[in-house]
Design a binder for this molecule. Sequence first.
Ligand code: ME8
Length: 510
Amino acid sequence: MSQKPFYITTPIYYVNDVPHIGHAYTTLACDMAARFARLEGRPVLFVTGTDEHGLKNAKTAQEKGRTPQEHVDLLSENFRHLCTISHISNDDFIRTTQPRHIKAAQAMWKALSDSGHIYLGKYEGWYSTRDEAYYAESEIADGKAISSGSPVEWVEEPSYFFKLSAFGDKLLSFYKANPDFIQPKSRYNEVIKFVESGLRDLSISRTTFNWGVPVPGDEAHIMYVWLDALTNYLTCVGYPDENATAYKTFWPEALHVVGKDILRFHAVYWPAFLMAAGLPLPQGIYAHGWWTKDGQKISKSLGNAIDPLQLYEIYGLDQVRYFLMREVTFGQDGDFSHTAMVSRMNGDLANDYGNLVHRVLSFLDKQLGGVLPALEPLTADDIALLNQAQIMLPHVVALMKQMGLSKVLEEIWSLVGAANRYIDAQKPWGLKVTDPARMGTILAVLVDVIRRIALLTQPIMPDASAQILDMLNVEEHDRLFAAYNTHLSSGTQLRKPICVFKKWEDPDAS
Ligand code: ME8
């Protein structure tokens, strides 16, 4: 049976911000899910990119003496670079200034307009350039948006409107029929409450600046940056060509992963636009929490941004990837601290996983020249550990379906813990003279469990896992989950072990 395709997207980031760990976090979460789905053998499309229109960019470009295009060309590279350095496996990188996207956004506008969902009016109200969002009077206090703290300004201009108010009931029945559409559950409830409180028509064009996608048929207007940006998810599958292979394969299989700050745009506006355009809705929206530093949301405007590249340099890439996904339950907020980072790096990675691999493979190398013994005869203890390893795969597959990313790692580490306890109980080191055959079986059991753990850790720590699988001489095609329940043949020559997870060393300590 062919496997269900998986389309996963990050938000497209505003180029104006220098990438910080908040951006890296969303992209890493999607990378983990995309890599996992590929290992399951599913066709995957994983897309990230940059959101390049809007007043904020136009203003900054002017301040810097650049054209808006020069400005966004320059800054978009920061996000592309972040992907490369973070070993992100994205299949595409979308930029909203690309011709393919302008074509898709204009086609979307036409679909909304042709179906009678757009009318011309005048916008009078509050707008935040920092958030690129319209706010109602009730959402403002002291000249700032209550939710984000961003300054707002009064705007009065002719504007096209989208008849969002006509979609309240349709959205509510859709949410009720698809209770997993918005995750986690607390966010689902939040969105329902918002929609139940009543939807107002949405201003979807601007006339006071021109850095955006021109409105088809009325070039005095440019499209509101969010209508433009949300359409990127369709651009990447070839829209408006609904016969494009990517469209046919991946739409509407999409899962949009976003921070909780932009949930409303994705869970309310986007489905309403799609309904109005007569297009199928994505599979789901997952809103994760915020990283904070000392309790404050990390962002450039607050001046407390943490540079992911610097973290990779200090702690190592796979260590940071692991930490970010493990430390905080996916969906909740988390506070970044050096102490927590070092504790994961030294505890979970160096002591638990690293040591397991190193002591088993070094001992095997020393005692048996790295030649893998037979996985028999098995005792009840051996079978118990092997069974635990075997059921781990269906277990984590089920957790991944809910985007339980931190939970997946927690579960894999329960197997790491079980393997370490098994060594302590079986004491293979003591058997080399008294019972070398038994020692061999214990080592074969451990190698098999390490192989499975390394298969499972590939999505989160691709490099470290590859090093471990290399040491075990696992063939490339046996690194897919389809090979999870196979075994390495006895007699396989393992490679010389190397240390994969280093401990944190304080550079100031002498
Ligand atoms: O909103 N903690 O772009 P953006 C966790 N262009 N995640 C964080 C974070 C933090 N402290 N700070 C940022 C936009 N993020 C629009 C999106 S999509 C059609 C258009 C992540 O550059 C998180 O995913 O402001 C958040 O939703 C996103 O960056 C916002 O990125």
